[in-house]
Design a protein around this ligand. Structure first.
Ligand code: SAH
Length: 250
């Protein structure tokens, strides 16, 4: 342990422990303290040293997540105590992971901070489903958006989806009806292909497909639960079905 500790933001990937990077695993093995989200699986948490203190800042239904401000304070306090603090996040820390705010907190406190990228769930999910997000025949642009964030209705999504484009929506299950409506109001055809990639890279992953107009219906009929991604565009037709996944996802 050094006099002053450090904070390492580590992307844990989409779920399957095999999709951790070598650097993420090495960082995790050095941890004195691990501060993790709910999306990080028990199998990955088990890779931390036996003596490391594990602190969950997970969302629970009845309770809100630890406010971001308090997470920042926790990281800084633990690092000031001389610890190597691993902030472990699902996917990549800088894709809808609020990693940017934690880097700022560390900078303000004068604590050394580094970032280990992770395989974002969008990339892990696409690979597991064999659904290319870009394809010479179907899409030459791909956009990641958050379906649940401040002022969804105020955001301008015009042009994010449509011919030759792939839109990947994170955190969109609860707001799927509003999302479908927003996209159709923007002029997207109700017959645009969509896919839902649920619990991607985990053994019980599902790939569900429909047309845009039926997105909320699909979510309801299939009881889709978070974490799931919604892919909008022609590439949503490509790839494997849930039954075929069982052979690729271990
Ligand atoms: N930093 C993460 C995203 C965090 S936001 C990343 O890079 O992937 C949380 C959202 O990510 C979830 O609501 C869901 O939309 C998506 N997500 C994370 N893990 C997922 C998984 N295994 N399968 C499908 N979606 C996932």
């Amino acid at each position: 342990m050094t006099d002053s500790g450090e904070i390492i933001l580590v992307g844990a990937g989409p779920g399957d422990p095999d999709l951790l990077t070598v650097r993420a695993l090495r960082a995790l093995e050095r941890a004195d303290v691990v501060v993790h989200d709910g999306l990080v699986s028990a199998e990955i948490l088990d890779l931390a040293p036996g003596g490391a203190r594990m602190i969950s800042v997970a969302k629970r239904r009845a309770r809100h997540t630890l406010p971001q401000e308090q997470i920042g304070e926790l990281l800084v306090r633990e690092a000031r105590a001389g610890h190597i603090v691993i902030r472990l996040k699902g996917g990549d820390p800088f894709i809808f992971g609020r990693g940017g705010e934690e880097v700022e907190d560390a900078h303000r406190a004068g604590i050394p901070v580094t970032v280990v990228p992770g395989i974002s769930s969008a990339l892990g999910a696409a690979a597991a489903a064999a659904m290319p997000l870009t394809h010479r025949d179907h899409a030459s642009t791909v956009t990641f958006v958050a379906g649940q964030c401040r002022g969804l209705s105020d955001q301008n999504w015009a042009g994010l989806a449509g011919k030759g484009r792939t839109l990947v929506i994170f955190m969109g299950v609860a707001t799927s009806a509003a999302i479908a409506e927003k996209l159709m109001d923007d002029g997207l055809s109700p017959a645009t292909p969509i896919a839902i990639l649920e619990r991607a890279t985990l053994p019980d992953m599902r790939v569900l497909r429909a047309m845009l107009a039926d997105l909320p219906g699909l979510v309801e009929r299939e009881n889709v639960e978070s974490p799931a991604l919604i892919v909008v565009g022609d590439v949503a037709r490509l790839g494997v079905r849930t039954a075929q996944l069982l052979e690729t996802v271990s």
